[in-house]
Design a protein. Sequence first.
Length: 360
Amino acid sequence: MQLSRKRYLHCFNLHPKIGAKTLQKIDLRIDDFETLWSGKLAFNQIKLNEIIRSLIKEVINQFSPDEEKLKLDKRGINLAYYKDKNYPLLLKEIPDYPPIIYYLGEIDNLLVNIAVVGSRKYSAYGRMATEKIASDLVGAGVNIVSGLALGIDAIAHNEAVKRNRPTWAVLGCGVDNIYPSSHMQLAKKIIASKGAIISEFPPGTPSFSYNFPIRNRIIAGLSIATLITEGMAKSGSLITARCALDYNREVLTIPHSIFSAGGEGPHNLIKLGARLIISADDILSELNIEKKTKQQKAKVELCETPLEQDIVKALKNENCHINELLKKVKCDLSTLSSTLTMLEIKGMIKNIGGNIFTIV
């Protein structure tokens, strides 16, 4: 049902006057889109106002769900509905979540996401601080979320791709329209590193300036915390920070000179209650990420055989079906099955159904 449902929602999302909140209403008020498209559902039965009903009529007359989904498939663009397993878990918690998102690459819901954002025009200090903190966060297994913009965003993304680690870039345009275009190679590296290019805007959407404040709430919504390393008082990154505060997520920043223009934003955030940090260790400790990482390391050390270690390492970042594990650990099915049973008895892994395994 969800596979069918999201292609209908994609059609509604193609209408320029239908945003996330209207799309939410349509999704919540209409149970059967197929009946709606076939003309068997009377419009006066739809419990939505006349303006939205009029928009719905326009979409039905203009778009074919199957044809539009085929266009996405041909371009390799993935579509996730908020009830899908691959829809980011933290994002569905915010009140203004987008019912569907588009993405290139992979979305791994086991990753710990922290947003790192800041000014397009950065200082030498802002660059060095971002490089150091982002690098250490990536080294601790954190997934960096940012906006692929010039400046601090790109610096943060690059620290992940340099280590072949995933990072998520959230766009203010369609995923087929990388902006700025100078970051096309960076976007390709993000996908190659098993990261993702994400947008709530349908393919073909240009990089309108008014889309970026809308986009910033997605960056905050995807993340357990948002770090602002540099930004002037009216920097767009402060919109991301305010969204994070509204969502009761942690906002973090670093110290700056009182004479630094790039410190205006961070200093204002501190006044609003942002936590002051000077290293990645501060963040890891504050969010208890370090403890989780050590526990994962301890599980590997408790393994009694190389095969057990390989299995635990394979499951560290994602749940795996037994057939996928066979490819990763390279042993016969009988040996793998008996080893999985032993790890389950030890309480280190769990079969969550359908021979899909996860770390406990």
